[in-house]
Design a protein around this ligand. Structure first.
Ligand SMILES: [Zn+2]
Length: 281
């Protein structure tokens, strides 16, 4: 059964990757994704195929990990007997509240909740992009010259600024996601991310590569603007909206040039807040 569970998790990742391509208005990898989704689907037992189709029709999540004894999608606290049954993986078990299939996973990176973006005390309520990010998470000059180095640089920066407990683990998870299909899209943008990072809200870090790196984007485009996100499972649907808002804001060349020209974290932060004002509410 563990094999089918892994299979379902991968199928869901592919389906989400496809939704991400739609949200970022990129057609770069659609054929490849559609083909992989079809192949994986056909390898499943018929009954499981229709169950997945039914669930994915309702929303982006059909199978979710248990996080801290709760269903990571609906947040319901799970009885010990359910947790044990899920761990044994003898058959597929569903959340008694939301009906999603549950699986057990070993330690994922976690957010350091006291530092979650937008959650600091004694500050006025935040709006727009300010709810998901902070000036400390801006990196105006990334140094690495390749994709893996760039991702590691951002992940370790998030650890250094106490937003994440383990930058190395976060890097590994982000590279696993890139291996499914590149998160780079048109206009030199990329949206690498890690889903299932619990302990806080959706958090975004922005890094700029002046020279540009090969990120696996469409054609021979070099990627220069990298939006890295850690996404709690329950924020998966919202993430797609944010992705769409960012794509909308930075389709315009002058908006991208403005980000590229900023040399300090504070300057980059101000530019990001201003340029996303109308596309991210
Ligand atoms: Zn649930």
């Amino acid at each position: 059964m563990q094999k089918i569970i892994n299979h379902l998790v991968q199928l869901q990742e592919l389906t989400l990757a496809r939704a991400e391509q739609d949200a970022s208005m990129s057609s770069g990898h659609l054929d490849q994704l559609d083909q992989s989704i079809e192949t994986l689907t056909n390898e499943l037992p018929l009954e499981t195929q229709s169950m997945m189709a039914r669930m994915l029709n309702k929303g982006p999540l059909a199978i979710v990990p248990i996080a801290n004894k709760n269903c990571s999608a609906c947040g319901m606290s799970l009885p010990l007997s359910v947790i044990q049954a899920v761990r044994s993986a003898d058959k597929l078990h569903s959340c008694p509240n939301c009906g999603r299939v549950l699986y057990y996973t070993t330690a994922a990176p976690r957010q350091t909740s006291t530092r979650s973006a937008g959650r600091r005390r004694q500050e006025p309520p935040k709006v727009g992009i300010e709810r998901f990010s902070a000036p400390e998470l801006m990196i105006p000059r990334l140094e690495s010259g390749d994709r893996d180095g760039i991702i590691a640089e951002i992940c370790h920066h998030m650890e250094e600024k106490s937003f994440i407990d383990n930058g190395t683990l976060l890097t590994e998870e982000a590279l696993k996601r890139e291996a499914i299909v590149s998160t780079a899209v048109d206009h030199g943008l990329a949206f690498p991310h890690v889903r299932g990072v619990e302990g806080g809200g959706l958090t975004l870090s922005l890094g700029i590569s002046e020279k540009g790196v090969k990120f696996g984007g469409p054609g021979r485009t070099l990627t220069r603007i990298i939006f890295f996100m850690v996404i709690p499972t329950a924020a998966s649907a919202f993430y797609l909206k944010l992705l769409s808002g960012l794509t909308h804001a930075f389709r315009k060349e002058d908006a991208r040039e403005k980000l590229m020209s900023e040399e300090t974290p504070e300057g980059l932060w101000k530019a990001l807040v201003k340029l996303t004002k109308s596309s991210i509410s």
